[in-house]
Unconditional design. Structure first.
Length: 365
């Protein structure tokens, strides 16, 4: 257990009206994780909580606490954890929910999220994250420092702004996994060999089940641009035989149109993405001689990347682009949600990316 910096305590105090009795009687859970148990079919539940105690004279002592337990359901885990502490365990501030990859693949995330979202204490703005290995191992990092959940939260906020991950919450994820015509993608994090936290990309889902397939951060950025979900900014790297080294483009505007239709019994998905941006870096002897050549080259290479991305989505059987939703609207008389998962494997994608470079910072004439 460790003391928490004053700034974090201030954030929690400003989040609502607290009196001294409320503070000393509550442990504020700021992060939870769920994993498969080691030696049974149970779920391993772990929490990081802030314990605020009165120290007299109007002062408070703040400590970070760590608890875990195993049981069959999330509801039973909550009861077990409550029995381990004195006072109330307040989950209203649990803004990070980690789910280990094995649990997400074997049992799905619906049984994990359902008790939380239906609870009167559930925080619908919580961020859902899939972890490489066990979430318990990440939540237990830095037990002698500030809670790791604050570091996770800052990582997710920055990554969403940079269009590396989608802006998903408990509320939006629950709606997405309840919709049979589209699939969700969630942030995927891991710890490196030095036990430092890092964003590894995003995890692809089929319904509420993690497929085991992931996207890199650059692939996720491209996918989000295709979904018209540009954050505050986005960067795309482009490799080509026409270049000595990859170049980087900062995307300022993105507009994608997806048309889905049935032709001779086959589902054809035509994707047209129009990207506007600026050249950030370009180095080497081999490079385009004009902006027009640069536009043609980057459009060609990003169209290839988009085709590779859609092939990966089909391989994972993850309809992250919502093709089923488009088909159910445009071809509602022939759309069958029962057979769609099989039909999705046969979808023919025809992507085309058009790049318009607005400026090159004098890197290209």
């Amino acid at each position: 257990m460790n003391k928490i910096p004053l700034i974090f305590l201030t954030v929690f105090l400003l989040a609502g009206c607290w009196d001294q009795n409320q503070l000393k009687d509550n442990r504020i859970v700021n992060g939870v994780s769920f994993d498969t148990a080691e030696e049974s079919d149970d779920i391993l539940g772990t929490v990081r909580a802030i314990n605020i105690r009165g120290a007299g004279g109007g002062k408070f002592e703040v400590r970070d606490e760590f608890y875990d337990t195993e049981n069959e359901t999330v509801a039973q885990i909550e009861t077990d954890l409550q029995n381990k502490v004195s006072g109330n365990m307040d989950v209203g501030k649990a803004f990070i929910i980690l789910v280990g990859e094995e649990l997400a693949m074997t049992k799905g995330i619906a049984p994990i999220l359902e008790p939380i979202i239906r609870s009167t204490h559930g925080y619908i703005s919580s961020r859902i994250v899939i972890t490489e290995g066990k979430g318990h191992d990440i939540l237990s990092l830095k037990l002698q420092d500030s809670p790791i959940v604050f570091e996770i939260d800052n990582l997710l906020i920055g990554s969403a702004r940079d269009t590396y991950i989608p802006k998903e919450t408990l509320f939006t994820v629950w709606n997405d996994i309840s919709d049979t015509t589209t699939d969700v993608i969630l942030p995927y994090i891991k710890k490196d060999q030095e036990d430092k936290l890092m964003l590894a990309g995003s995890s692809l889902f089929n319904g509420d089940t993690f497929t085991g397939h992931t996207l890199t951060t650059s692939q996720t950025s491209l996918l989000l641009l295709l979904k018209n979900e540009l954050g505050d900014r986005a960067k795309l790297s482009v490799k080509s035989d026409e270049l000595s080294q990859p170049l980087t483009i900062s995307i300022e505007k993105a507009k994608t149109n997806i048309e889905v239709a049935k032709e001779d019994g086959k589902v054809i998905c035509t994707i047209t993405a129009n990207l506007k941006g600026r050249l950030l870096s370009s180095y080497g002897e081999k490079s385009p001689k004009s902006i027009n050549q640069l536009n043609q080259m980057t459009s060609k290479e990003l169209s290839k990347k988009t085709k590779e991305l859609t092939d990966l989505l089909v391989k994972a059987n993850s309809d992250a682009l919502g093709i089923g939703k488009e088909l159910s609207i445009n071809e509602h008389t022939s759309f069958n949600p029962v057979t769609w998962e099989h039909e999705y494997q046969q979808v023919i994608f025809k992507p085309k990316v058009n790049v318009n470079i607005l400026g090159t910072s004098h890197l290209v004439q």
